[in-house]
Design a protein around this ligand. Structure first.
Ligand SMILES: Cc1ncc(COP(=O)(O)O)c(C=O)c1O
Length: 426
């Protein structure tokens, strides 16, 4: 542990540790927080929550979670293979299937478990079955900026339990340039072998860049590889893009069935921690046979099923989104408004969604910028300083009012004027 102690000490001394706050209560986007070190409390306006549609405090959602606890208790206390599913799981699976236009859905406790289960099931199937020989290698292509849950699952894909318990052919992983379908095509031409099982996996909306994967171009490439699979991680796309919040297919005006007609198998991962005021994930497919494999993957059997209150909150949220798509429209209007106001004030915002990364001049430290925003203006924005391009990560949601967005922009301009004096060359 000496290495850990020494490292963390230097980490603190270098100011690389994140500022942390304790939340005491929330009202809309107003949050009462305290700083553990000083105990100081104050109320701030948050622009860093992923409660995209503002459903976390919605009465119907809270009541659904309470009712589920009263009916089933707080946990299912086991996995679904060993002790069954609850009716709410089935309802949520059916309604996610309808929302995403893919008839079969399997739930997971979170995105990391879902991705790992998918890699186990797809690459390695399950226990050996008499008369079946698994002999085709898998080639996985991944966007270089994909979320950690994808990176972790594909890095493990070559070594997971399928290979531990029985023979399973090789899994090869290749990265392609961010949102670059031409590079995807190049990598496929270079690396795909005639008998490969091909899977391309991508964030639909990139969580740190706020941009959208070029799905139509990717499908154009993949139709040259019949039987290939395209997995879209819709953690930030669900409830956020597409006219009614159905995600990336709706955003581009296509249906998953059109991918199927072109010989490409669509898979969609939905998560509930952002648009659906809960936690948990779901994988949807038109291939019925994938579901029993996902159900017996080590990450399904080896961990707890989605607890009743989380399942109920996600289901109630999904029903609200389907019934009142105007919430999604409000989110999209807010996104356009805040992005345009930031641009008018010369802030460089990446992407096009409600995840708004703002790149500051290199002289400005995002952490100091956000501290100043919080302490002097009561505005809570996340600084991201540990990646290649440091940035502010603003998330706007359906509850923000114009006045609140104006308050953010004014605060950001004031802090920039205070901390940044551009050198004007003669
Ligand atoms: C693209 C992406 N995938 C997966 C996740 C993880 O989702 P969850 O925390 O709901 O399991 C996130 C979370 O930020 C994400 O942005």
């Amino acid at each position: 542990m000496q290495t850990v102690k020494d490292y963390v000490q230097r980490w603190y001394e270098s100011g690389l540790d994140p500022d942390e706050y304790v939340c005491h209560q929330k009202q809309g986007n107003l949050v009462e927080i305290s700083e553990p070190a000083t105990g100081e409390r104050w109320t701030v306006l948050t622009f860093c929550t992923n409660d995209t549609l503002g459903l976390v405090q919605e009465a119907a959602v809270k009541q659904a979670a309470i009712d589920a606890i009263l009916q089933y208790g707080t946990s299912n206390s086991s996995c679904s293979v060993l002790s069954g599913r609850i009716e709410l799981h089935q309802q949520l699976e059916d309604e996610i299937s309808a929302f995403k236009h893919l008839p079969h859905t399997q739930l997971f406790i979170n995105a990391w478990m879902a991705m790992q289960a998918l890699m186990d099931a797809f690459c390695h199937l399950a226990i050996p079955v008499p008369g079946f020989q698994h002999n085709r290698e898998t080639l996985i292509l991944t966007d270089v900026l994909n979320h950690g849950c994808i990176v972790s699952a594909i890095v493990n894909a070559g070594t997971r339990s399928g290979r531990v318990f029985g023979h399973s052919p090789r899994v090869r992983v290749k990265a392609y340039r961010h949102c670059d379908a031409e590079d995807l095509a190049r990598k496929l031409r270079r690396y795909a072998q005639p008998d490969d099982r091909i899977m391309v996996v991508s964030d639909a909306v990139f969580s740190m860049d706020g941009d959208i994967a070029p799905l139509p171009d990717m499908l154009d490439v993949l139709q040259n590889y019949p039987g290939s699979v395209i997995m879209m991680d819709e953690a930030h796309a669900s409830g956020a893009i597409g006219a009614t919040g159905r995600g990336i297919y709706e955003h581009f005006g296509i249906l998953p069935s059109q991918a199927i007609q072109r010989g490409v198998t669509p898979l969609i991962m939905t998560t509930f921690s952002k648009f659906a005021a809960s936690a948990g994930a779901a994988i949807s497919t038109h291939v019925a046979e994938l579901i029993p494999l996902l159900n017996v993957s080590p990450t399904s059997i080896g961990t707890i099923s989605l607890p009743p209150p989380n399942t109920a909150a996600a289901l109630a949220s999904l029903r609200l989104v389907r019934k009142f798509p105007e919430r999604v429209q409000r989110l999209q209007e807010n996104t356009r408004y805040l992005r345009s106001r930031l641009a008018e004030h010369d802030f460089l915002a990446l992407g096009e969604t409600n995840v708004i990364p703002v790149i500051l001049p290199p002289e400005l430290n995002p952490k100091s910028f956000c501290r100043q925003l919080m302490q002097e203006h009561g505005l809570w924005v996340s600084p991201i300083w540990y990646i290649a391009k440091p940035r502010l990560r603003i998330t706007v949601n359906a509850l923000h009012s114009k006045e609140e967005m104006e308050r953010l922009v004014t605060g950001m301009v004031t802090v920039r004027d205070l901390l940044y004096k551009p050198t004007i060359s003669a």
